[in-house]
Design a protein. Structure first.
Length: 263
């Protein structure tokens, strides 16, 4: 029976290279590094490993001194910090006596629900929870024909449903787009408050790995936050204080788990 030790810690460049292969399967995901002290020296690995190696993406870290706590996700081998409340995939590790150059990957499993506390069970426990081979939870989509700013739409969706809709693949994009008449625009849950190519986030915390931009979008980033509308099955970024109809969803949140092993 395989028991997982914790969120992945990375102790050197070799481990970062090996771990990057795991993250390629999920585009981006949490590791075990966090900072709850708002200081440059406040970085800690969740398992207690010393922080002797880092591989920050240019411009990072930058959130640790304005909000606490922040946690670290990895994308294309580079590290970025983000609020810990965001829902991202994540990579666990297990202690083994195998060659440290070998990594054992298992079939990814989908975990339904928003995990607030660490899961301390085994693979048997995960299967008992219905995690193995669980399909994506069913979602219901609702078009609200009331023109609101993005923030107002978010507030409405969270009060009446679950949240502004997130879109993770083309099939889902087509399904959501069917709610709209030709040339009718509506807010979805994607936004960018950091004015950067990698600043895209879903309001419900899901990773932004799928995009379906209209030609010539997204526009050149400015000094203001931008939010995204869906129109004619394509996405456009516009100032968040514009007013549009919007699409909410209801149903259980999605999350992912990818497991690995190291010695």
């Amino acid at each position: 029976m395989l028991h997982h030790t914790g969120l992945l810690s990375i102790r050197n460049k070799q481990e970062n290279t090996v771990a990057s292969r795991l993250y390629e399967e999920i585009k981006l995901g949490w590791c075990g590094l966090y900072n709850d002290q708002r200081t440059n020296s406040g970085w800690k690995w969740a398992n207690g490993d010393p922080v002797g190696y880092t591989n920050w993406k240019p411009g990072n870290p930058y959130r640790y001194n304005i909000m606490a706590p922040v946690c670290v996700y990895i994308q294309e081998g580079r590290w970025s910090d983000a609020p810990c409340r965001f829902l991202f995939p994540f990579v666990c590790y297990t202690e083994t006596s195998e060659d440290p150059s070998e990594v054992v990957t298992e079939k990814p499993v989908v975990i339904s629900g928003n995990w607030k506390q660490p899961h301390k069970g085994s693979e048997k426990d995960l299967a008992a929870d219905g995690a193995q081979d669980l399909p994506q939870p069913k979602r219901n989509y609702v078009l609200v024909n009331k023109e609101k700013t993005w923030s107002e739409a978010q507030e409405y969706c969270r009060a009446q449903h679950m949240d502004l809709v997130s879109v993770q693949h083309m099939t889902e994009n087509s399904k959501v787009a069917k709610l709209l008449k030709v040339d009718l625009a509506a807010w979805i849950g994607l936004f960018n408050q950091h004015q950067s190519e990698y600043g895209w986030m879903w309001t419900n915390g899901e990773p932004a790995t799928f995009f379906h931009w209209d030609p010539f979008y997204p526009m050149e980033f400015t000094t203001m936050a931008v939010c995204v509308i869906l129109v004619n099955e394509h996405w456009k970024d516009v100032p968040c204080d514009y007013k549009f109809a919007f699409i909410c969803y209801s149903g259980k949140p999605r999350a992912w788990l990818l497991l690995g092993a190291r010695s």
